[in-house]
Write a protein that binds this ligand. Structure first.
Ligand SMILES: [Zn+2]
Ligand SMILES: [Zn+2]
Length: 417
């Protein structure tokens, strides 16, 4: 027997309704906020991710599924949703249309991670990107979409945020941080030695407890912002307060990717009791479009892990209701299969969800099956019924049973289903 690959999961039939609910909710919100869906391929040129996610990022260094195709091209399965969307934005000239361009996607992502505690090698994300706006309103809109999404499932997440500032702020702070870290560098991990050289901001990201201990007292980026950035950040905070969005400043938050500027954020369970994984996150990346060859265009977006959301709901005992059900099971006890099949089809054409016997089972086991699939009504067609032009109908909830003209069945069901 061949088993499923490590770190991957089947979405089983019993759980697929949950995925429908999540996708429906994402699409409903997208309509409310006037976002259009974009789907990009599962694989792209490796360069795209190296250039957008950053050579020093963990994703690029350790986690990408990269291979040579038969034409000798280096291909990578998308590790996150943003890079492909930005590539498509540039390639298709979306920026020549009226701005902003507001997009969302639902996509699988692939990362070669240690399969443990809520981390999968294939997971799915609901993501949003708004191109062409760098305003308080666009920051707040993106945060609101994510908050509305979580709230629709009964979750009120805590937004942990940080402000990385403009280019000048970022590069000033990099120096401030390097000056602070330098005397401690010999005690720090190998990764941090590399980060010190290539992307010092990511020192703050280090998971090693030794490094974290050293960085506890590091100067924070929000204390080193220029006046303009300070104002921007204060305006965001004020707006969050007035919108009753719970937030917390986390000056160590830089997110794993190199491309962020200004606002970065993550969504967390407000009591932080369920593990150490954020439910989702994102931020602003105003340099990415131009770095990938497009016109300079501000962008802000987020990605929300769907598996993580579902796992979280389960841990919190928040149940998603399965509203899909079979209206009618057609049980038959006759040689006239043609009659039965035509009858079943006519009900489906009229809009009912209908199942029927495919195994030539006894009436008794057909009823058992109907019970198991929770059919609301069972219709019985036997030779008597066919001769009389009638159908027996059993309401499976009340046990009530009647016989009516077969021509009246659809009308009866319409009134009762
Ligand atoms: Zn600044
Ligand atoms: Zn370290």
């Amino acid at each position: 027997m061949i088993n499923i690959c490590k770190g991957t999961k089947d979405i089983l039939p019993k759980d697929s309704y949950k995925w429908d609910i999540v996708r429906d909710q994402a699409r409903l919100l997208a309509k409310k906020y006037n976002l259009k869906e974009i789907s990009t391929p599962v694989f792209e040129s490796t360069d795209l991710f190296v250039r957008s996610d950053g050579e020093s990022s963990d994703i690029v260094n350790k986690e990408m599924y990269t291979f040579l195709d038969k034409g000798g091209r280096s291909i990578t399965l998308k590790p996150e949703g943003t890079a492909g969307v930005v590539r498509s934005y540039i390639e298709n000239g979306f920026g020549n249309d009226i701005l902003p361009v507001k997009l969302y996607y639902i996509t699988p992502c692939y990362r070669y991670e240690k399969p443990q505690a809520g981390r999968l090698r294939e997971h799915h994300q609901f993501g949003v990107e708004i191109f062409g706006a760098n305003s308080l309103a666009s920051d707040i809109e993106v945060l609101s979409i994510a908050i509305d999404f979580y709230r629709s499932f009964g979750i009120d997440p805590l937004v942990r945020l940080n402000f990385l500032g403009c280019d000048e702020c970022k590069s000033n702070y990099k120096q401030v941080l390097k000056n602070f870290v330098e005397p401690h560098l010999p005690q720090m991990c190998d990764d941090c030695h590399v980060r010190f050289q290539t992307n010092p901001l990511r020192l703050l990201d280090c998971k090693s407890t030794v490094c974290q201990d050293i960085l506890k007292n590091a100067p924070s980026i929000t204390d080193n912002l220029c006046d303009n950035c300070k104002h921007k950040f204060n305006d965001i905070i004020k707006m969050l307060t007035s919108l009753n969005i719970k937030y917390e400043l986390d000056t160590k938050l830089v997110r794993g990717l190199d491309y962020y500027t200004d606002l970065v954020f993550e969504f967390w369970d407000s009591d932080l009791s369920l593990g150490k994984n954020a439910l989702g996150g994102g931020g602003r990346y105003d340099k990415l479009v131009s770095e990938l060859g497009g016109k300079p265009t501000p962008v802000i977006g987020f990605g929300i892990g769907i598996e993580r959301l579902l796992g979280y709901l389960e841990a919190k005992n928040i149940e998603l209701k399965d509203e899909t059900r079979v209206d009618v099971y057609v049980a038959s006890n006759t040689e006239d299969e043609n009659y039965v099949i035509r009858f079943v089809n006519s009900l489906r054409k009229k809009g009912f969800n209908v199942d029927s016997d495919l195994l030539n089972r006894s009436l008794k086991s057909q009823f058992k099956y109907a019970d198991k699939i929770k059919a609301k009504y069972v219709l019985v067609i036997g030779d008597d019924e066919i001769n009389e032009n009638k159908i027996s109908i059993k309401n499976m909830e009340t046990g009530e049973q009647i016989k009516i003209w077969s021509n009246d069945v659809a009308e009866y069901l319409k009134q009762n289903v």
